[in-house]
Design a protein around this ligand. Structure first.
Ligand SMILES: *[C@@H]1O[C@H](CO)[C@@H](O)[C@H](O)[C@H]1NC(C)=O
Ligand SMILES: *[C@@H]1O[C@H](CO)[C@@H](O)[C@H](O)[C@H]1NC(C)=O
Ligand SMILES: *[C@@H]1O[C@H](CO)[C@@H](O)[C@H](O)[C@H]1NC(C)=O
Ligand SMILES: *[C@@H]1O[C@H](CO)[C@@H](O)[C@H](O)[C@H]1NC(C)=O
Length: 379
């Protein structure tokens, strides 16, 4: 198994229990044959009882990283400015089966110090700042109860994982902090996020390329950019996104509600399909329902409208509440590859402002509507 030292220390200090039990099946691509240690309990401290495993991309062991203390403070702070202290991420847990991270602790990413260094809105090949908590190549993992605060980049990134549950987690960053997505996932299957409250400066949850079998329930998001599929098509050879269910969620004062975003110049063919939103409450959301196939933040795209992305079989059911702009529904699909199989069922979102009225903007979308506000029946 591989569990990096920083991860362990942070977890210890959080008074968290890490279980790496059930040696059962080895993790994919495990590179060592060390025995799987028994479940850990708090304490023992300060020395983790693991042999320090090799890791590919784990966090650096920064020299100024404070030593863990026997009495857990319940709060862990990331090194602030000196990015050389990170290999890539802050805490990365990789190549492990049957992981449990649980506790009441806080991972404070101290992002404020470096948010200004983030240039990812301006260039494709930007320097990516450290994510706070990364799970990669984890099979059967649970993260519950913890709080993540002010990450430098994403608060959580779930990459190449299978059977992951994230529940009762709190994620908090200011609405204007760049790329502080709450939970990003990609190249992963069977990921469940439930009972989680997220405020951030970017997507509360972003469901990236290669995500399949994703269930999001009972999530409250705001401020933030909503619960998004995508963005898709920024990079070459991305994998499809399919079987996504978002249910019983509330969005409060977010820029988007439920969104699918694909780059307008995506070079490789990718499909987003079988995506379902149900029982979603909008409170003062700018774009409550939006499919944006012309996504191109800050005009960094090179080949306008040449996207090879397909969006199909998307349902919006029982979506209610208020919108802060007149366009409660925006289906902005591609003229060469229209969206198909889009269903609006009981969509009732009212424009909250004055001097205008609720409307739907539907371009190149093959959509059907039932039981919607008549202004939102996008036909
Ligand atoms: C998943 O992990 C938990 C916690 O370690 C363990 O109790 C459970 O048996 C695992 N499930 C499977 C299918 O391995
Ligand atoms: C997601 O929800 C669907 C429908 O409730 C269920 O059939 C499926 O097993 C769930 N997937 C996971 C990964 O929990
Ligand atoms: C519609 O969704 C809301 C939550 O947004 C929920 O309270 C209500 O019960 C749902 N209605 C139906 C008919 O499922
Ligand atoms: C109403 O909103 C639409 C869409 O944002 C806008 O194009 C239009 O000019 C607005 N009308 C008025 C009277 O403000």
């Amino acid at each position: 198994m591989a569990l990096s030292s920083n991860a362990l220390r942070a977890i210890f200090l959080l008074a968290v229990v890490v279980c790496a039990a059930n040696a059962g099946k080895p993790a994919q691509r495990r590179r060592t044959s060390q025995a799987i240690p028994p479940p850990l309990q708090m304490p023992p401290l300060p020395t983790p009882p693991f042999p320090m495993p090799p890791h590919q991309r784990g966090p650096a062991d920064p020299p100024t990283y404070p030593r863990p203390e026997p009495r857990a403070t319940g709060r862990r702070t990331a090194p602030r400015r000196d990015l050389a202290q990170y290999k890539t991420n802050w805490i990365e847990i990789e190549h492990i089966d049957n992981l449990v991270i649980t506790g009441k602790g806080t991972l404070d990413g101290q992002g404020k110090q470096v948010w200004d260094d983030n240039k990812c809105d301006k260039k494709y090949d930007c320097k990516i700042l450290p994510n706070s908590l990364v799970l990669s190549y984890v099979n059967n993992g649970t993260v519950s109860g913890i709080t993540l605060l002010n990450s430098k980049f994403f608060h959580m990134n779930v990459f190449q994982c299978k059977d992951i549950t994230i529940k009762d987690v709190t994620i908090t960053a200011p609405g204007d902090s760049p790329n502080t997505d709450g939970i990003h996932m990609g190249d992963s299957s069977k990921v469940t996020v439930t009972g989680t409250t997220i405020s951030s400066g970017d997507d509360c949850i972003s469901i990236g390329p290669g995500s399949t079998g994703i269930n999001i329930t009972g999530v409250t998001c705001g401020p933030g950019h909503g619960i998004s599929v995508g963005s898709l098509g920024r990079y070459k050879d991305e994998k499809d996104v399919t079987d996504v269910n978002v249910k019983d969620c509330t969005l409060k004062k977010t820029t988007n509600g439920v969104r699918i975003k694909t780059y307008e110049d995506a070079a490789s063919a990718v499909t987003a399909s079988d995506i379902h939103y149900e029982n979603i409450a909008m409170e003062d959301v700018a774009n409550p329902i939006i499919i944006d196939m012309n996504y191109c933040p800050n005009n960094i795209c090179t080949n306008k409208g040449a996207s090879k992305i397909t969006v199909k079989d998307v349902t919006f059911k029982n979506i209610t509440g208020t919108s802060s702009t007149p366009e409660a529904v925006s289906l902005l699909c591609n003229d060469k590859l229209p969206c198909s199989g889009v269903t609006l069922d009981n969509v009732k979102v009212e424009f909250k402002g004055t001097n205008n009225k609720t409307m739907a903007v539907c371009n190149n979308a093959k959509a059907s509507s039932t039981g919607c506000l008549k202004e939102l029946a996008c036909l």
